[in-house]
Design a protein around this ligand. Structure first.
Ligand SMILES: [Zn+2]
Ligand SMILES: [Zn+2]
Length: 353
């Protein structure tokens, strides 16, 4: 089968013929129908994350935002069968640790990130294996298209968990979203749909335009104002109730914290780059005196998918709105390279393998 393989960090991915995966006893094989291309793929390709012991090995098949059809199951798999339509979250849990038993595979003690670890070849391929398949595969409602589900394996669900669970967003809240890539645009749409007032912050007007289409009440081009956080505070009645760093560089993280009003909540969603190596200075005295909350947010507990499907089913949320262009597997190397300059708008999704 064909796959896009990271042979050398920083060099274009190579489209190769690789062996078809066979299911181990606990695994399902999923034929990929759609897979988003995410900034985490770009980080992996750059060789980032050595500072958290998570550098992605050369030889890796990337791809962690898939939806597809189960084509084979191992002998121990009980709840899935050939032909099932599934989404696969990027955090593959073991299904047995205390967090997994609460449905929180995103916090699993032995988590294996799909497409970002040698133990889990990814979905930039015609098919891919899923460990502990009964636990990790999420069956799709019939009404949901594969393409719109692609973001539900990573960015859309990440944004939902960050806002609904970690920030406990309430209707009427002002929400600053720093960085309007896939997760940022998802956050704009979700915040608007949940009755909050999102303010989009980015360096590119095309992304801010998309954010306005998705429901942003206001947009700040951070290259055109001296103090982006001050601009947000004046738009948000003195300060945002919730602010998200949806990128993960020092500037967006600090701007996010500085956008908050008293007792506001910062949620860190983006992982950092080789510039920061996981360390960013924050204004601790302001955090103390304004009683700010600082939260991390990673993926989404599997138990939250049912609520997400309900909101999609009733039309409150529409993940298809975040989809950018649809691509073929051959386009992956160039699309990844274009992310150096933040050129992609919305979530690019591979639909031809
Ligand atoms: Zn991702
Ligand atoms: Zn676990």
């Amino acid at each position: 089968m064909r796959a896009a393989v990271l042979e050398t960090h920083g060099e274009p991915l190579e489209i190769e013929d690789v062996p078809e995966p066979e299911p181990a006893p606990d695994q399902a094989i999923v034929e990929t129908e759609a897979c988003g291309i995410c900034r985490s793929d770009w980080h992996a390709w750059q060789g980032d994350w050595s500072w958290v012991g998570a550098s992605v090995p050369e030889g890796q098949i990337l791809g962690h935002e898939p939806a597809g059809i189960v084509s084979a199951v191992g002998e121990n798999v009980e709840t899935l069968q050939e032909g099932d339509r599934v989404a696969v979250p990027f955090h593959l849990g073991d299904g047995t640790c205390s967090h997994c038993r609460e449905g929180r595979a995103n916090n699993c003690e032995t988590v294996v990130p799909l497409g970002l670890s040698g133990a889990a070849p990814g979905a930039f391929a015609e098919a891919f294996p899923v460990r502990e398949a009964d636990f990790n595969c999420v069956k799709l409602p019939d009404s949901v298209e594969f393409t719109e589900m692609a973001g539900l394996g990573c960015r859309f669900m990440t944004a939902y968990h960050a806002l609904a669970d970690r920030a406990e967003l309430r209707p009427g809240d002002w929400v600053a979203v720093h960085g309007c890539g896939g997760v940022g645009l998802s956050a704009i749409h979700i915040a608007d749909a949940l009755g909050a007032h999102p303010i989009a912050v980015d360096v590119r007007d095309d992304k801010l335009e998309r954010a306005r289409e998705l429901g942003a009440s206001a947009a700040v081009n951070s290259t055109e104002v001296e103090h982006p956080a001050r601009a947000v505070r004046s738009l948000a009645d003195g300060g945002a109730d919730v602010s998200i760093d949806a990128l993960g560089i020092a500037e967006t993280c600090r701007n996010s914290v500085a956008s908050l009003g008293t007792r506001g909540t910062h949620v860190q969603v983006g992982l950092t780059t080789g510039e920061e190596e996981g360390e960013i200075e924050l204004p601790v005295d302001a955090i103390t005196m304004k009683e700010l909350d600082v939260h991390g947010s990673h993926g989404m507990p599997l138990v939250r998918y049912q609520e997400l499907f309900k909101l999609i089913g009733e039309g409150t949320l529409d993940p298809s709105k975040i989809i950018g262009e649809t691509l073929s597997l051959e386009d992956v190397p160039n699309t990844l390279a274009s992310m150096d300059d933040y050129e992609t708008v919305g979530i690019p999704v591979i639909t031809e393998f």
